[in-house]
Structure formats: C-alpha cells, structure tokens
Design a protein around this ligand. Structure first.
Ligand SMILES: NC(=O)C1=CN([C@@H]2O[C@H](COP(=O)(O)OP(=O)(O)OC[C@H]3O[C@@H](n4cnc5c(N)ncnc54)[C@H](O)[C@@H]3O)[C@@H](O)[C@H]2O)C=CC1
Ligand SMILES: O=P(O)(O)OC[C@H]1O[C@](O)(CO)[C@@H](O)[C@@H]1O
Length: 388
C-alpha cells in the first residue's frame, strides 16, 4: 500500500508549525499548496525544515516527507485526483477561504472524474464553522452532478485549532518555525465522510464541537485580542509586555471571568476546570519567549469584530445570560482604536470612524443601537482609552 498523503492549503505558520507536523508524525506525506512560489520552491528544494518547540527545554523536530505545489495551477488538481490523498486541510486565514474555494471545487470535480474515492476536508481557521463556510463557497462552483457526488463522498468537518505559532522569520528566508508546546486540534466527528486513517496524533474527535470552539475562541482568542488591542493603545510591542501591565491584565482577566461565567452556563462546563483553563491561557499568552507581536495578534480588526467572533461573541453571550460584560466591552472599545501600519482592515476601520463618527460605526459593527446600554459602555470605554 503506498504512503498516505494529505494536501494542506497554506504553508504559513500554523500549516508548517502545527498541522503539517502532526500529519507527518502520523505517517502522511504532506503536500503543501500555497500562492507563495518562493515557499513552494524552498519546500521542494530542501524537502525538510525544523520545528523549534518553545518550552522548558527547547526541543527540535525535523519535518520531512513533505513537498509543495502552487495552489493556483493544475498541479494541485492532480493531487486531488490521487487516491492516496484522503485528507485536505487549510490554514490560509478566514478571509482567504473564499479564494481557495474555486480551486477546491475544481479539485473535487477532478477527483470524481478520476474515481479516486471519498475525502475529508478540515479548514483550520480561527472562526466558528469555518469548514461549513468553506463548503458553502465550494458548492457555488459545482455543477448539479458534482454537488450530489460531493454530498455523498466529501466530509466538510469544522474544528477548533489551538497552538500559538508566532512568525519567527517574517521574510521566510528559512522554513523553520517556532511553536509553543501546547497543542489542541478538535474535529467534528459527525461531519467526517469516512474514518481518518491513519489516525492523526493529537487530533481529538468530538460530537460536541460548538462547545470546544466557543471555549477556545471566546477564551484564548478573546484574551489575546483584548491584550493586543489594549497593548496597541499603550504602545507595547508584544502581547507578553501588554499582559505585564496591571491595568491591561486586570481587564483581560475580568473579561475571561465574564465570558467564563456565560460559557459555564451555556455549555455546563465544570467551573473549577474552566477556571484552570483560564489561568493556563493567561500563562500561555504572557510567555515572553513567544515574542508574539500585538500587530500579529490584532491583525484584521474588522474580522475580529465579527458578531460571532472573539470579542462580540463572548460579549453577546454574557449579555444573553444577563451577566456582567464591562471588561469585554473595554476590549471591544480598544479594537475600534486599532490602526496598525499595513493593516488594511485597521485603515478601513479608521476611515469609517473619520467619515461617520465613532457612535455610528460602533452601531453598524456591533449591532448595538445608539442610546442602548451596551453602546454607551463601548463609547465611554473608547473615550477613556483615547486619553491614554
Ligand atoms: N499562527 C497561529 O498561531 C494560528 C493560526 N490559526 C489560523 O490559521 C490560519 C493561518 O494563520 P497563520 O498560519 O498564522 O497565517 P500565515 O500568514 O502565516 O499563513 C497563511 C498562508 O496562507 C497562504 N495563502 C494565502 N492565500 C492563499 C491562497 N489563495 N491559496 C493558498 N495559500 C494561500 C499564505 O501565502 C501563507 O503561507 C488563520 O486562519 C489563523 O487564524 C489558528 C491557530 C493558530
Ligand atoms: O489568527 P488570527 O485569527 O488572526 O488571530 C490571532 C490568533 O490566532 C492565534 O494565532 C492562534 O490561535 C492566536 O495566537 C491569536 O489569538
């Protein structure tokens, strides 16, 4: 039997640092598909790279059994037609799913024509229901005949993916990556079309994905985003520097307690275990050895201000249960001040504020009407932060 393969879109930090290594360790040959030709050339020329695991002892892991294809040419279609490829993953960024969908649709069509059998697809992006969203995009490009084949043969499984992989070499002179030693990948078992074989080390399957996704996005990503946005306002460079600031740390911890109370109510999490989870996350994001910049963690503020994303998602949940939300609202307010250089969404947000005024923009983005209690809290926090 030939070596099993997995096709992974996005040879970036999480692709090279987390998803790729787990697949390789589990016995897969990983074909990375990316738009960046330089990265693809390097992957094919070197055939390996090193993952540096940041922890008490810095460990190294050599990743081989890898290759690369450009994601926008026909080579990637022949990977879809290969029956030894039974798993396709992505880590390209939530806003890019729409762009990879036509290629995935063509790939699935090629697979059907080649009679290469069933397949599972798992998008590993930080958002609620990322693979279901990808499936909706893909279906727009399928014929009726292809749609019924895909329905019967392709599993689109959403997941929660948690491992901090800060960029260690933004210019990608080397393919090496630095990753933290915490790893969690939880996949919706019910959405798989076939068993994942070989099993992927470290991949947990669940029938209760929503609880895991909200626990992670509304805790790790919420804390991270609030620390990054408040850190940006106070001109800290890294998230760990921001969390050393007592005022920021209190707001982040307060926000996690507010959201934690709501998550415990909704998902019936064990309170003590959830409190431990919060503490662990505060320790993780405060680790100076990650050197994670506030501009990486805060990138794309409009996406992060989405109604089900890491800031408004927890704020809405707390409000739904009539629970305190003051710290969450401070985090939301800080996001409205984000204007990092080279961040198109930051620029777009600040242009909107200049054109329409903060009150209108808060109403438009959050859905909280001017004059409501929630809206007033955000504006008050925004005005206070503006003074800093
Ligand atoms: N870095 C991290 O610690 C974590 C990231 N994530 C999620 O993983 C996703 C990727 O994040 P990172 O790896 O940090 O970003 P990144 O920017 O390092 O990697 C994204 C990769 O996608 C590639 N790409 C862009 N457009 C593409 C296209 N049309 N087709 C194929 N490849 C394309 C880029 O060239 C780049 O190599 C995001 O959704 C993020 O939220 C999730 C958990 C952890
Ligand atoms: O990747 P995004 O969604 O832009 O957000 C950055 C976040 O993702 C992570 O990289 C990993 O979950 C976190 O470090 C951070 O909260």
């Amino acid at each position: 039997m030939s070596e099993p393969k997995a096709l992974h879109f996005g040879a970036g930090n999480i692709g090279r640092g987390f998803i790729g290594p787990l697949l390789v360790e589990s016995g897969y040959h990983v074909v990375f598909a990316d738009v960046d030709s330089d990265t693809i050339d390097k992957l094919n020329e070197a055939g390996h790279y090193t993952v540096h695991i940041i922890g008490d002892e810095c460990q190294r892991q050599l990743i081989s059994s890898i290759s690369g294809v450009l994601s926008h040419n026909d080579d990637v279609l022949s990977v879809f037609s290969d029956p030894t490829v039974q798993l396709v993953t992505t880590a390209v960024g939530p806003n890019i799913l729409e762009k990879v969908a036509p290629t995935i649709a063509k790939g699935l069509q090629a697979r059907r024509q080649a009679g290469a059998g069933s397949l599972n697809i798992i998008a590993c992006e930080n958002m609620v229901g990322q693979t279901a969203q990808l499936a909706r995009y893909v279906f727009q490009y399928l014929t009726t005949e292809d749609k019924s084949w895909v329905d019967a043969h392709v599993g689109f499984a959403s997941c929660s993916v948690d491992c901090i992989v800060p960029p260690c070499d933004p210019d990608r002179k080397t393919l090496d990556v630095h990753v933290e030693d915490f790893q969690e990948w939880i996949v919706d078992e019910d959405a798989l079309r076939m068993a994942i074989d070989p099993k992927v080390k470290g991949m947990q399957l669940t029938q209760d994905l929503d609880a895991f996704v909200e626990r992670k996005l509304f805790t790790l990503n919420c804390a991270h985003a609030i620390a990054a946005y408040l850190g940006y306002v106070k001109r800290y460079r890294t998230v760990d520097q921001a969390t050393q600031d007592d005022q920021i740390r209190d707001i982040v911890r307060g926000a996690l307690n507010e959201c934690g109370a709501a998550l415990i109510m909704k998902h019936h999490f064990d309170r003590a275990a959830h409190m431990e989870y919060i503490e662990k996350i505060l320790r993780r994001i405060s680790d100076p050895s990650l050197g994670d910049s506030v501009v990486r963690v805060g990138r794309q503020p409009l996406r992060k201000l989405g109604k089900t994303d890491r800031l408004l998602g927890p704020a809405n949940l707390a409000r739904k249960y009539g629970l305190p939300d003051d710290n969450l609202m401070r985090g939301v307010a800080a996001a409205f001040l984000y204007n990092a250089e080279d961040d198109k969404e930051g620029t777009e947000l600040q242009d909107k504020v200049k054109r329409s005024g903060i009150a209108k923009v808060v109403e438009e983005i959050t859905g909280y009407l001017e004059g409501s209690e929630a809206h007033a809290k955000i504006i008050e926090a925004y005005r206070n932060l503006e003074q800093q």
